[in-house]
Design a binder for this molecule. Sequence first.
Ligand code: MBD
Ligand code: FE
Length: 281
Amino acid sequence: EVTEFEATAADSGGRATERYFENHATSLDTPKERVSQLATEVLTAVHDVIRRHRVTYDEYQAVKGWLIQVGADGEWPLFMDVWVEHVVEEVATDHREGSKGSIEGPYYVPGAPQLPAQCTLPMRADEPGTPLLFAGQVTDVAGQALAGATIELWHADDYGFYSQYAPGLPEWNLRGTIITDEEGFFAINTIQPAPYQIPTDGSCGKLIEAAGWHAWRPAHLHLKVSAPGYELLTAQLYFQGDAHLDDDIATAVKPELVLAPRPKADGTGNEVTYNFALDPA
Ligand code: MBD
Ligand code: FE
């Protein structure tokens, strides 16, 4: 039987590429003038780098081969979300007064099982990791409770693997869609995820190795918080003391997004409170 530990970059990349087309609209009616301006500026930036650094033919062929391989490995979703998405998120949310957000990343799956405000995420009977009680309230920016708000929560397991992307995990492991109670509260039992290393055996890993970078993201919870009439909040939450808060490969950490869980009084793991304030749409 295949387990999550047999995960390969090409497997999870292939899955992320497939899922991308299932879950996202890929055509957009962008005016020709805007397409032309953006494409011209991106290409001009590339041309400038070639001139300034006198990029050689050997280097050009190496990059061309690498770009072809990113696609063959299915790693374009990973590449885009690790090295580009954080700036799109910054631009998209810079008007907000409510909670800070962060990037979605490549491993979101819509339609996770619906759960009540007080719940336990789907997990294996012997799910490894420190139990975490994650609780809080969803409000508007004025502090008005949002009853029946939706919290989609997904995260990696204690080894850094995501269900539906690594083999051997139950379909909805550590993924859920939680509905807040009449006062906007939620209390979710899960486990603390592990730091995540992006696959080192694929093209993105090859770039990281060739550049002398590291492949780590700090441990994180992914969330989408929404309510009718409010802007969708896509966020990630991190853990105080994590070794990679300051050098996340995906540049997706903000100080407002760092949790400081404390041991529960009954000794059964940790608990933490975090509240979300949604901007009006
Ligand atoms: C992740 O889990 C993630 O959240 C991002 C942004 C990139 C790679 C893996
Ligand atoms: Fe992630």
